[in-house]
Design a protein. Sequence first.
Lengths: 47, 497
Amino acid sequence: MNEATMIWMILFGVFATIFFVIAGIVSVKGIAEIKELFNDPDLQNND
Amino acid sequence: MNFTPIDWIILITYLSVTIYVGIWVKRYVQNLSGYMVAGRKIKVSLGVATFTATELGTVTFVYFGELGYVTGFSCFIIGILAMIAYTTVGKTGFIIEKLRQYGMMTIPEFYELRFNKKVRVTGGLILFVGGVLNMGIFLKFDGIFLSEVMGFGPQALGFIMTLMLIVVMSYTILGGMFSVVITDFMQYVVLSFAMLATTVIVLLEVDLSLISESVMSGFGSGGFNPIENPRFGWSFIVWILVTNVAAAALWQPGTSKALSSESPEVAKKVFWITGLTFAGRAMIPMFWGVAAFAYFGAGENSASAMPMLLGELVPVGLLGLLVAGLLAASMSTYSSYVLAWSSVITLDVISILKPGGFTEQTKMLISRFISGLIGLFLLVFGLWYQIPETAFQYIFITGTMYTAGALGTVTAGLYWKKANDVGAQAALILGAVTPAAFLLLEKFSASLPAWLAFATDVNIAGFLSFILAALGMVAGSLATQKKYPAKIINEAEISYE
């Protein structure tokens, strides 16, 4: 494996990890936000 | 065929749940802002999920995978540029903060606020045409991807395309933005998991040394250095960076997520957090494409190679989840895009042109009807049109048709007091000219005179459109300042939180 491949694969590892970590956090927190959204008393009167 | 009964069960279960939820949410849609921007109630996590899901369709995997297959690691730069652009827009609030503060539902709505109705109609038409052309190939490439991964072959393409369209249209037309946001969230969760599992499998099955050697022997230094790659170079890099900044702030399907946010602060946060994922979003499917190059060699169809790799490597059960995730990705993209374009043509062109306008309920009806027409267009155009260059470049040039003019118009409208409606019209029209010229002229590139050859270089056409749009805004405004003085927005009258 040459040096350029190694550099790109390190960058790939970093950015892929960021992607999946954010996905995990958002998935968990998003469920609570959906519940809040459906219980919002103003939901049907917005304009 | 790669698909087993287990895969079918997973897929059908997922699709059924999506349709049910998407239609059930319709009960929360009572008015126009509920339909178009989910009542502006979306918080950070839902905002990030829906934004990411919208901008990550199966076609995204196809064109990024294709780029990986034809350029090696060089294309990874695109992900980094997108990340820089989106996080910068998010952190600074460039354009999006003000638009959300003003309570806009579409970008052209701002054109009327700052300039006049004619600019709104021009902007709305260009946005609609560019946007619908942009998504014109989505269905086709989704069909190619799915038929390769599932092992059906090209004969099933038309059937798969039609089925996907029916599923998406059913809940988008009925539920609007609420359906889009909730189903986007579901799709985001499934897709993220499927991407993680698939990436691990590709890393385990395709040797990195083989990848390294294949890229070197196939592309030389151009496989690692984007400046040296003949498809890229400096003009490409500058164009992509500028386009990404413009798209981040102004691409209606994405910007509508900011406009649906609970507040301008939430809008900014959604953007910069989503922006952080944009490098991974590109690099993951690109890596699969590079792996496909190493696995199969150079002889495969560039758009099909990566899906073929997945069809071969991904095991039973996970394949069903992957296809469910990718269908989810497509559906989230279609739903947001169709809603965006139907909203624009309804609110910014049709309603404006009719004296007295329409009631809210009528606007929703028109938007739903237009959504259906767009769906039909996708089917016909996708099966018929032959794209120039790679799918990625087609998508970027059609996007540029709108974003070039919009960037000049909105930026100047928000931050330059002398911007007037003549400058705005010039920016919008000139921004659309070179991409449109590219799409038309490239069909006749063999018979064009030498001096016109630059118009069929996609990178130059894209880059030039931004320059012409900016020149149009500045020259048009300054030359007509006395006859058409600039309009000033009274923020105290229109601020909306």
